[in-house]
Design a protein around this ligand. Structure first.
Ligand SMILES: Cc1cc2nc3c(=O)[nH]c(=O)nc-3n(C[C@H](O)[C@H](O)[C@H](O)COP(=O)(O)OP(=O)(O)OC[C@H]3O[C@@H](n4cnc5c(N)ncnc54)[C@H](O)[C@@H]3O)c2cc1C
Length: 362
């Protein structure tokens, strides 16, 4: 193993230990109380996770996206909401690293790596989610600053963030509209910036809510969501296979009943396929290749697989799976977010099909 591989392995081992010793025992309690897990977030800062993919020269761990994907998977084996704390933060770090000025990078990246500056991505608006070109928030230049007018919705980490990456229209009359869309960074104390009410959700609890550059960040976001889905599905599978060996019915452990065996085999196969798609997209990102198609396929397949696997896990646990005494009810509530977030799977299929037609053009 070279130094780089050793560091990667060390980080993964550390995250796994953190998840098993510190996250798993408390995740359901935080989740059921819908309480922000401040002590766990502080530990994530200490472990350097807020700087996971931020380059070493800016004080981050400088990890590649393959390793980041494995970290997200591990965190989500414990609790999906923890990866939500990192996702848009590291998406913004990526966009800043790829498109920001030297001054912007020096101003934000070191503090972001330490978790002192925390970023949120503000794209969705009350009337426009999938249809991003219809956003109405505008930004007008006035001397050396912009005046932003509009409101955003569903913003993960809105309350804890200190920097907001705002997707705005700088030229509302542009045709096509995406040509007039820009990404601005606003700091928390910007005059006139207010955070509205929190919205209660089915799952993804404990975390508060409130184009070209953006699109390159979305590849990172989709790899994050796909990795989350693999992590949650893996957790559901592990709980199900453990339970299936402990629970007996009709004189034998239920894992010896063929109906349960079929479920376990299908669950594990889907997870492995989802993991391979996700790792492939992450490896392409690491090689600097365009991977919107592969990241989209990974996100689509992994999130649908996660939904199916979490339901199957609940069925393996029978009535107990439907109670809050076991974790599978949480996986089942968390899974749909990955079908909707970071571009719904309907939109994902449209994007995939468009790329395929380009690739197979006659
Ligand atoms: C918990 C949570 C956290 C989130 N965090 C963030 C965040 O941090 N930042 C942020 O900017 N956003 C965030 N979002 C918003 C999220 O990205 C949007 O909800 C998502 O993109 C879908 O948009 P929408 O809800 O407006 O649905 P809509 O766009 O209104 O879609 C409704 C339905 O219509 C379908 N549909 C729409 N257009 C088409 C089409 N052309 N063809 C076929 N079907 C179509 C969709 O697939 C969906 O089934 C978050 C959402 C949730 C629930």
């Amino acid at each position: 193993m070279d130094d780089r591989q050793q560091l990667t392995q060390q980080v993964l081992d550390t995250v796994r230990r953190f998840v098993e010793r510190e996250v798993m025992p408390v995740a359901s309690r935080y989740e059921h109380a819908d309480e922000y897990p401040q002590p766990l977030v502080e530990r994530m800062k200490e472990l350097g996770l807020f700087g996971a993919t931020i380059p070493l020269e800016y004080g981050g761990l400088g990890l590649d996206y393959s390793t980041y994907s494995m970290i997200v998977e591990e965190l989500c084996r414990g609790w999906m909401s923890l990866s939500g704390v990192l996702n848009t933060h590291l998406m913004f770090a990526y966009v800043l690293g790829a498109h920001g000025t030297r001054e912007q990078k020096e101003r934000y990246l070191p503090a972001m790596a330490r978790g002192e500056h925390r970023a949120a991505l503000c794209l969705t608006e009350p009337h426009a989610g999938s249809d991003t070109q219809r956003i109405r928030t505008t930004a007008r230049r006035q001397g050396d600053h912009y005046v932003v007018n509009g409101s955003k919705m569903f913003i993960t980490n809105a309350r804890t963030a200190t920097i907001y990456s705002l997707v705005v229209k700088t030229d509302p009359s542009a045709d096509p509209p995406h040509k007039g869309i820009s990404l601005l960074a606003a700091e928390k104390d910007a005059p006139g910036l207010t955070i509205g009410r929190d919205i209660d959700k089915l799952g993804y609890k404990g975390i508060e809510r409130g184009l070209q550059q953006v699109l390159s960040g979305l590849e990172v976001g989709r790899i994050n969501i796909a990795s989350r889905a693999v992590g949650v599905a893996q957790a559901a599978f592990e709980d199900a296979i453990r339970y299936a060996q402990q629970r007996t019915a009709f004189g034998k452990p239920i894992c010896e009943h063929q109906a349960i065996q079929l479920k376990l085999a299908d669950m594990a196969t889907k997870i492995e396929a989802a993991r391979l798609l996700t790792r492939r997209a992450a490896a392409m990102k690491d090689r600097g290749e365009r991977c919107d198609l592969e990241a989209g396929m990974a996100k689509l397949f992994a999130s649908e697989a996660c939904q199916e696997v979490s339901l199957e896990a609940m069925r393996v646990l029978g009535g107990y799976g439907y109670t809050k005494e076991f974790r599978v009810e949480r996986y089942y509530r968390d899974a749909p977010l990955m079908i909707i977030g970071e571009g719904t799977n309907e939109i994902q299929r449209l994007v995939i099909a468009r790329s395929l037609v380009q690739r197979y053009k006659i």
